[in-house]
Write a protein that binds this ligand. Sequence first.
Ligand SMILES: CC(C)=CCC/C(C)=C/CC/C(C)=C/COP(=O)(O)OP(=O)(O)O
Ligand SMILES: [Zn+2]
Length: 405
Amino acid sequence: MYWFQKGADVSRVVDDEGYPTYSSMEQETVEHSVMKKFRDFEDFSDIEPEILIQRERHVSYLLRGLVRLSKSYECLDASRPWLCYWIVHSLALLDEPIPDELKSRICKFLAKCQSSTGGFGGGPDQIAHLAPTYAAVNCLCTLATEEAYAVINRERLLEFLWRMRQKDGSFTMHDGGEADTRSVYCAVSAVTLCGLTDNLGELFTDSPQWLVGCQTFEGGMGGCHGAEAHGGYTFCGYAALVILGHSKLIDSDRLLRWVVNRQMTLEGGFQGRTNKLVDGCYSFWQAGLLPLLHNTLSQEGGVEGKLIDAKHGWLYEQEALQHYLLLCCQNSFGGLIDKPGKSPDYYHTCYGLSGLSTAQHCPDGGIVNIGPKVNQLVTTHPAFNVVNGAVAKAIAHFKKVPFDG
Ligand SMILES: CC(C)=CCC/C(C)=C/CC/C(C)=C/COP(=O)(O)OP(=O)(O)O
Ligand SMILES: [Zn+2]
């Protein structure tokens, strides 16, 4: 009997703070046997009813993270808005409501991370940085309360973005920092969600051309010109082009060929770059490119346009990815992982669940869902990675609020 089967005896061990834990040996054995079962089956139909998302365990793991936000994760001291976003977004994907009092505490915490000169830092009193700015905006939009929206100082945010902007259309991550596809994406995403789209043209003049220069001979994008193609940077670069309305500038055929070849035939999961290992987080960074490409390619109508019309779904094996995530990436005590043998963390939980959601929701509202209906997650917006309802609500809210920037 495997840990994901009904009635499996998953004996819990409690740590000195009363939270369930496990020995790494025990976890390795359990996950190794799951991996073996996964490899032994060519036809998954007979095990499908057992492939279950461990909702309660993930929710409990996520809520524990929010409660302990203030006292742990020293190694993520400069990523605290990220922790808020990873957890809040994961709960939204699981359709798990967050109590109002907890929402308010998150808002107050993120307000402390906002810099007086615009943007958000990695923690209170840290300098503004585009990555935690993106995370804070996404988190506040997902919370979707008046208090959450009111945290964002949009006038200062725009000033911060203008300071980060470089002559060639790239953006630095922070004052004097590095410029790569992440920063353009974080800036474009925050501006759009905050209803500041009137500024897109001027602020991002030359950004599309700079982004196109990041595409490599392989077809994916590197972080900057001349760098190796990588899923994380490709998602950022391509999603930024999509939001800016310039996705047709890139060589879509090459990008498509590169990304579909990053799905590994043995595991069903994606690797981040050529010759590297599968990792659960690329279920979003890589597989999440297909919904974005779908739009561009169907508008272009060429060979891929026809291919797209013939296939009812994205151009990769959605079921195989779901098998990887549900059989190999769920930790028995909650949270998702990179690959069997690894410990859970909030980053891999967020991007594993985000990838699972995009693998389930097809174009035109169709569903590909392995296992029972309870496995189905809420739909996420493919460009912002915020649940769809929250994107619409945030943009509508900010459009109503006067802005004097
Ligand atoms: C919005 C935003 C800020 C997005 C971040 C995108 C992202 C995940 C970028 C990738 C970062 C990176 C250096 C990965 C390589 O790690 P590795 O060499 O350990 O992994 P690998 O072996 O899988 O390539
Ligand atoms: Zn990873």
